[in-house]
Design a protein. Structure first.
Lengths: 290, 241
């Protein structure tokens, strides 16, 4: 099995390009050994060059922007990704529209022990850690609400080991796809594109749900520790400012009390595991935890 | 003025039971505020790094052996590195071991002691800290020096100076912009004899250090207050709270 990839990334600060990198190479899988070389692949580099040129059109002043265009070929199929991570005042999103998030945080401050309303698709990050990463580690089952589903839905036909990709229910099995950040990396079973959905029969009943809410808009980072079964979520932007949640998966499952609306795309999860950073799509409805 | 750095390297790494052999060469050019890194088509013949077999029940085991030729402007130097990273677990304790050699006997000893670990205890007032643990804790402590030897990421000689005076450049890859960082840290004290009866920190844990007092083994959240003695082999004696 041959995996080839190329990537071009650029760092722009205040509208000026300060860093630029090109990377390309091939990994040949030979059973439990991988032989990797930085061979040039004209087609993949061309795909990256075209994609990064398009991304550059979104560069603006007064922010830090990291542009990444990558392409890979597995079993003759070329697949590509392009992302911009925008950072301003210590807040980062995958995308360019920070303004909508910043305006949402101007609500009055409720008490710290209030219920949490996960807005803007941010519940996907909580469940990415508590269900997705736990599934990657084959963690034992937890009693999640029966009206809640979490699936990994790959957007590409073949994974980085040449297997056909497929949708999986992360509450019952690990992601199907093996992924690698580059030709230098060992492929790992990783999430690709997380969709959280609900089947709550009634709409949000603010008489039933606890109020007031702490509204969460943006998450700085998260982790799941398979040894302690503890999930840590660092909230970057909420109506009470930054704070951290540390709970076991059982506690998180018990804390989920409702959801409403259609899944919204959360602006960005750059997932790091074993030193390999990958973009994972994230979508969730508004969700409430106690 | 542009600074040009080139690296030709081969690395063998064992990770999760898979061996990966990587051969690559690249160039980094820094000019004012701008950093550009690209692979080189040029090749340099380098020997294949060997990778020893080592098996242990571990949460994570990464063995790395790299051979590289570096060029910075007119300076060329060669470097060979060995790295061993092990994450061992017992109950809810995770012990992390990072070595710059393949000391598998040390890993086995720690693994054996970890299996006897009990509940967390308060930090002892005085401990000794094994050299491989001390290396990771020394940043920002007093009496810490940079050991001389080798060249940094811009080809400059790494000289023996107190850590705050170190002005060397750390460049882990040609794709990474170098940063100023003290390297090869060690503690220097007038007293070089360690009290060998003190409890000994043998690994970093999730939340502190793994302490072996000769009879019991336990994790402890430790804050080092001072370094009271430093042996030539890198082991240190510290007061804690």
């Amino acid at each position: 099995m041959i995996f080839a990839n190329a990537s071009r990334d650029e760092l722009w600060i205040n509208g000026a390009r300060v860093e630029s990198r090109l990377s390309h190479g091939v990994a040949i899988d030979e059973g439990d050994r991988i032989v990797a070389r930085d061979d040039y692949d004209e087609e993949l580099v061309h795909v990256c060059n075209e994609a990064i040129a398009k991304l550059r059109k979104s560069v603006v002043e007064d922010v830090r922007m990291r542009l990444v265009a990558s392409a890979r070929r597995v079993r003759g199929v070329v697949m590509s990704e392009a992302t911009i991570t925008t950072t301003k005042n210590g807040l980062s999103i995958v995308g360019t529209d920070l303004s909508s998030l910043l305006s949402g945080a101007a609500a009055p401050s409720p008490p710290l022990d209030s219920a949490i309303l996960w807005r803007n698709g941010s519940a996907a990050v909580l469940l990415h850690e508590a269900i997705g990463h736990a599934a990657e580690h084959n963690a034992p089952p937890v009693a999640w609400p029966t009206w809640l589903t979490v699936h990994d839905e790959p957007q590409f036909p073949i994974d980085d080991c040449g297997n056909e990709s497929r949708i999986v229910d992360l509450m019952h099995e690990p992601p199907s796809c093996f992924r690698r950040e580059s030709f230098r990396d060992v492929p790992l079973r990783r999430m690709t594109n997380v969709w959280v959905r609900h089947s709550c029969l009634t709409g949000p009943d603010k008489n039933v749900w606890p109020t007031p809410f702490v509204e969460v808009f943006l998450v700085r980072g998260g982790s799941y520790d398979p040894l302690t079964d503890i999930v840590t979520i660092e909230i970057a932007l909420s109506t009470i400012g930054p704070f951290t949640i540390r709970k076991t998966r059982t506690e998180i499952a018990a804390s989920i009390i409702g959801a409403t609306g259609e899944p919204q795309r959360y602006p960005g999860v750059i997932c790091s595991r074993e030193g390999q950073e990958l973009v994972v799509g994230s979508h969730a409805p508004e969700m409430v935890t106690r | 003025m542009s600074e040009v750095y080139r690296k030709f390297g081969r690395v063998a790494r064992s990770e999760k039971g898979t061996r990966i052999d990587v051969t690559e060469a690249g160039e980094a050019i820094e000019s004012g505020d701008t950093f550009i890194a690209t692979p080189l088509r040029e090749r340099m013949e380098l020997p294949e790094p060997d990778l020893p077999e080592f098996k242990i029940a571990a949460e994570r085991l990464v063995i790395t052996h790299g051979i590289a030729v570096h060029q910075f402007n007119d300076i060329e130097w060669r470097e060979e590195t060995r790295r061993l990273h092990v994450s061992l677990t017992h109950d809810k304790i995770r012990a992390l071991i990072d070595l710059d050699d393949f000391d598998f006997d040390l890993v086995k000893q720690i693994a054996d002691r970890l299996q006897h670990a009990g509940n967390e205890r308060e930090a002892p007032q005085r401990i000794r800290i094994a050299s491989h643990v001390a290396k990771t804790l020394l940043h920002d402590l007093p009496n810490v020096w940079q050991r001389g030897g080798g060249r940094d990421g811009k080809g400059q000689l790494i000289v023996e100076v107190p850590e705050p005076r170190a002005s060397n450049w750390y460049r882990p890859s040609y794709r990474v912009r170098p940063i100023r960082k003290a390297m090869n840290l060690f503690a220097r004290c007038e007293r070089t004899e360690i009290d060998r009866d003190l409890p000994r920190a043998i690994a970093i844990t999730n939340g502190g250090l793994l302490i072996d007092d000769g009879r019991d083994v336990y994790p402890s959240p430790i804050h080092i207050v001072s370094i009271d003695a430093a042996a030539p082999d890198g082991e240190i004696e510290s007061r804690c709270r």
